[in-house]
Design a binder for this molecule. Sequence first.
Ligand SMILES: [Zn+2]
Length: 51
Amino acid sequence: MKVRDPVCGMTIEAEKAAANGTYGGQTVYFCAVACQRKYEREHAAGAAKAH
Ligand SMILES: [Zn+2]
């Protein structure tokens, strides 16, 4: 399954993803742990602003 890393826009194979996490019930895959950290930082910042 091909997925897109939302941080850098890279297309990767889900089973080869370096990291993944579930956000809002959706599994998101990343090419690198650094991308996941960045996503979580932005995701948390956005949620904090929304509430
Ligand atoms: Zn990436």
